[in-house]
Design a protein around this ligand. Structure first.
Ligand SMILES: *Cc1c(COP(=O)(O)O)cnc(C)c1O
Length: 375
């Protein structure tokens, strides 16, 4: 059976976890948390990186830092993971869904401005498959209307837009290190931001509403409950796993990109013949091969192909059912404008197995099985 995903493992993870145990520091903000966040600060050229327990929690922190109040509106695509919306709903926001572009599956930047009202506070671009949204346009709209931008860059670690790391372009960026993502710590994530004015509030909300971070730095002589917050800091055991992955980030990224190109080349004839569509990457985007997807003719075609691949022992999966058609999406949000592409394109998209260390034979078997289906 060829799984859709296998969690990345490069070899040093268990040594580092043992080191954390030997150091008698397995709670949050130990040696490995420090190593990971300093590495990201340098590599992605950003002042503040805080490791979190998930990208969902990084988004929740972003919603707190944006000071979302009941009734505030937040604009995002409907074609995304539930956490993008749920993190803001928890703070009382109303979600305004906007259509996507069919070429990248990202929010259609030309449809954002019409969805803005005097209640709008935040725009949340989601960089689908590690391919950036049209950030210059989105940042210009945000500036003009005095809105904040929170990038859901869960899939965008080590991907770039015009040379800038995804997650470092908006006011806040959120990463995921879940086992299905490019670099993993089992469950985990990070929040990134340039502006130091958010630093103290970020530390407080991550540490149960206390000023414990200041206390550990010796800036206050006792720590106390100062604001609302939660427990968003991950164990150093998880950070130790991530550190092994970040040290090997280039190797992981190159392997994923090479897999992506093997799929692209291997399937290009089928695309030229009009059976399927292949992913599109705008020239200003450097992607990270988070995902390889194809688009079939329609839902029926996709279901039949999934069945065919399953019979061949290959697990291929579809992705998000648009949030605006889910029970919670209807309760907490609405779709602004016409759903021209969100539903239609989401029903055609099929993700192929792609993970660090997938073998050439495995990749070829997937390509062959797809070719056989269309013969
Ligand atoms: C994976 C993912 C998340 C959630 O990440 P977790 O770390 O599992 O909380 C959020 N948004 C997008 C777009 C994702 O792909």
């Amino acid at each position: 059976m060829l799984d859709f995903n296998r969690p990345p493992y490069v070899g040093k993870e268990l040594d580092y976890i043992k080191e954390a145990v030997d150091l008698h520091k397995i709670c949050g903000d130990g040696k490995f948390t420090q190593l990971c966040s300093e590495w990201m600060k340098k590599r992605f050229e950003i002042n503040n990186v805080l490791l979190t327990t998930s990208c969902t929690h990084a988004l929740e922190m972003a919603a707190i830092l944006c000071d979302i109040q009941k009734g505030d509106e937040v604009i995002m695509p409907s074609y995304t993971f539930v956490s993008t919306a749920d993190a803001f709903v928890l703070r009382g926001a109303k979600i305004v869904f906007v259509d996507i572009r069919p070429d990248t599956m990202n929010i259609d930047e030309t449809k954002i401005e019409a969805a803005i009202t005097d209640k709008t506070k935040v725009i949340v671009p989601v960089h689908y498959a590690g391919v950036s949204c049209e950030m210059d346009t989105i940042m210009a709209i945000a500036k003009k209307h005095h809105l904040l931008v929170v990038e859901d860059a869960a899939q965008g670690v080590t991907a770039y837009y015009k040379g800038k790391a995804l997650g470092t372009i908006g006011d806040f960026g959120c990463y995921s290190f879940h086992e299905t993502k490019n670099y993993s710590m089992g469950e985990g994530g990070a929040i990134l931001f340039h502006d130091d004015q958010y630093k103290e509030k970020a530390e407080i909300s991550r540490e149960k509403g206390t000023n414990r971070s200041k206390f550990f730095r010796g800036q206050v002589d006792k720590y106390t409950w100062v604001d609302y917050g939660s427990s968003y800091l991950p164990s150093d055991l998880n950070a130790a796993y991530l550190w092994a992955q970040l040290e090997a980030a280039d190797m992981i990224n190159n392997h994923r990109l090479s897999t992506w190109h093997k799929y692209y080349d291997g399937l290009s004839k089928l695309a030229e013949a009009g059976y399927i569509e292949l992913p599109y990457v705008p020239s200003e985007c450097t992607h990270n091969a988070h995902m390889f997807y194809i688009k079939t003719k329609d839902l029926t075609d996709r279901s039949a192909l999934i069945q065919h691949l399953k019979k061949k022992g290959i697990q291929a999966v579809f992705h998000y059912v648009p949030l605006h058609s889910s029970p919670a999406g209807q309760k907490f949000g609405y779709f602004h404008g016409v759903d021209e592409y969100t539903t239609k394109e989401s029903e055609r998209l099929l993700r192929l197995p792609l993970f660090y260390n997938i073998t050439d034979d495995e990749i070829s078997s997937v390509i062959e099985a797809i070719k056989e289906y269309y013969r």
